[in-house]
Design a protein around this ligand. Structure first.
Ligand code: G16
Length: 524
């Protein structure tokens, strides 16, 4: 069996050779690069997915997407049995496989060593679930993952076009043999949500939103723009564009809708916005979802008389607006943890709480609920001695848990949860925005010759290399009241990101630009 597998693998490697000099690490969201440079890595990731499945004796997911990146990029990330991101200890195997030369003997001997170390056989059972976004390169790349995994005797389920969170959720349901999230109404008797115009980034989310639109037609009206029939994926549209440039996307007319939102190319991020009476644009980002969700959940926990029995926390990254962190800690009295960028880090930390609310400022996030909390909520619903209003609050929490996709940030689930909360709390989008006032901020992308020159510490809030960069940033920041700035290498694009905030937009822009110049100077 091993001989045949080795021969098949050698043939596949000849079909998809590794370009010379290429270095690819398993970054913030798996492997991501220009699509034409990726076929060879799809072989290695297909094999790794199969091995992971053999070890865990469960289905593993492989999602082909480059999410917010332009159409010409693509990527792949693995999904663990509970629908979470690949365990970090396995990222090392992924990076090791990536760095091996393009030789069948080198690859085979590494795989043999790994199988011995992991105590698995080629013939052990494996199941891999594959899905991909709407990029032109996706079906081809997914086919390579499939062929590679099949060499290792793997049962493949290819779901083809799916959003990233759909595949996370599917993997979890498959392994747990259970359906999470039932079709229930969270707002019976409450007024229906106002109409919502959605920018679908010309991605896979548009197709899935059509289904949602039909299902929800009695409950609330959504209008879909940038549905992929005309514009290009993520080009001047989508959640990343809106967040970065703090303006509306192209292809979505800001006419008379009460509110708007943008999702990204694989529908795991969500950003809301609206135009006020003076035609000013206002954006509600990931920090706002944390605040809204935390307010709702604590209100319901209080009403259900459960608040003293559960531990709730919010997880953010350095990109969180300082005002949001302040508001959550000082006004809401909820603890906040700061972790490095990447949903995997936030998700991991959120597991420390009974209610772990995590959102990156870019709109990527969800809420995790412990089994302890779920049991307590259920007990209130079933307890005959509880008051009606306590039971109602527990029921609403129960439905909220059903709506939310606990495996990973899911733009569509977050959208439904947001709309339901706004109705239940009788909150307008203006009221939501008024909960606190953001500090003006600016984000820049800076192209440098080698982004690995920049190393960070303290949840990416401080640089350790190149020498003197942090001292220079500190000096610049000290000149601005409430100034804050940091620099980090992107894990999904070949750039460095600069973030700055200050009390005025002009100051935030100036500080960002000064930090950009110093980064360019010290990395020449
Ligand atoms: C991915 C990750 C996010 C991360 C983003 C940007 O998002 O899932 O956690 O914030 O990349 O990462 P970086 O700043 O390292 O480029 P997506 O939506 O592109 O999958």
């Amino acid at each position: 069996m091993a001989e045949i597998a080795k021969e098949k693998l050698a043939a596949l490697m000849l079909e998809c050779p590794k370009p010379s000099g290429i270095i690819l690490g398993y970054g913030t969201a798996g492997f991501r690069a220009r699509a034409d440079t990726l076929p060879w890595i799809m072989i290695r990731i297909g094999l790794l997915a199969s091995l992971r499945s053999k070890v865990k004796k469960a289905c593993i997911g492989a999602m082909i997407t480059a999410s917010h990146n332009p159409e010409h990029d693509n990527g792949v990330k693995l999904i663990d049995p509970f629908g979470e991101m690949l365990d970090q200890s396995w990222e090392i195997y992924a990076s090791n496989l990536s760095s091996l030369d393009d030789s069948i003997d080198a690859l085979w001997s590494y795989l043999e060593k790994l199988m011995t170390q992991l105590n698995v056989q080629l013939s052990d059972k494996a199941t891999v679930a594959i899905a991909y976004d709407t990029r032109q390169s996706s079906p081809f790349l997914s086919h390579i993952v499939q062929r590679a995994a099949e060499i290792f005797d793997t049962n493949i389920m290819n779901y083809e076009l799916m959003t990233t969170p759909q595949l996370h959720y599917t993997v979890r349901c498959y392994n747990d043999n259970e359906i999470y999230g039932r079709c229930t109404e969270m707002t019976p008797g409450v007024k229906h949500p106002e109409q919502l115009a959605i920018d679908a980034a010309n991605g896979i989310g548009a197709q899935k939103l059509v289904v949602l639109q039909q299902r929800l037609s009695d409950l609330f009206k959504i209008e879909i723009f940038n549905d992929g029939t005309q514009g290009r994926l993520n080009e001047k549209c989508g959640a990343d564009y809106v967040k970065l440039y703090q303006k509306a996307p192209e292809g979505l007319p800001l006419t008379n809708y009460p509110k708007y939102c943008s999702i990204d190319g694989d529908a795991d991020r969500l950003i809301y916005y609206f135009i006020d009476q003076n035609q000013h644009f206002h954006m509600l980002d990931g920090d706002r979802f944390s605040v809204l969700f935390a307010s709702f959940i604590s209100k319901k926990l209080k009403e259900a008389k459960l608040i003293d029995q559960v531990k709730m926390g919010v997880i953010q990254t350095a990109y969180a607006n300082g005002s949001s962190t302040n508001y959550i800690i000082n006004t809401m009295s909820v603890p906040v943890a700061c972790v490095p960028t990447g949903v995997k880090h936030l998700h991991h930390k959120a597991l420390d709480f009974d209610v772990g609310i995590y959102f990156e400022a870019n709109g990527h996030g969800t809420v995790l609920f412990s089994d302890n909390l779920k049991t307590k909520v259920k007990a209130v619903i079933e307890d005959e001695n509880r008051q009606d209003d306590e039971k109602l609050a527990a029921k609403q929490l129960h439905v909220f848990i059903d709506i939310i996709n606990e495996t990973v940030g899911d733009a569509l689930a977050d959208l439904l949860a947001t709309e339901a909360i706004l109705c239940l709390m009788n909150l307008s989008i203006e009221g939501w925005l008024d909960l606190y006032h953001d500090l003006p901020q600016r984000q820049l992308k800076v192209a440098i010759k080698d982004r690995t020159m920049i190393q960070t510490t303290d949840a990416e809030r401080r640089c350790t290399t190149p020498a003197h960069l942090q001292d220079c940033i500190d000096e610049l920041v000290s000149k601005y009241p409430s100034g804050r700035s940091f620099v980090r290498p992107s894990g999904t694009e070949d750039i460095v990101r600069v973030y700055a905030e200050a009390t005025t937009q002009a100051d935030a822009d100036k500080l960002a630009d000064e930090v950009r110049k110093i980064v360019e100077e010290l990395t020449k």
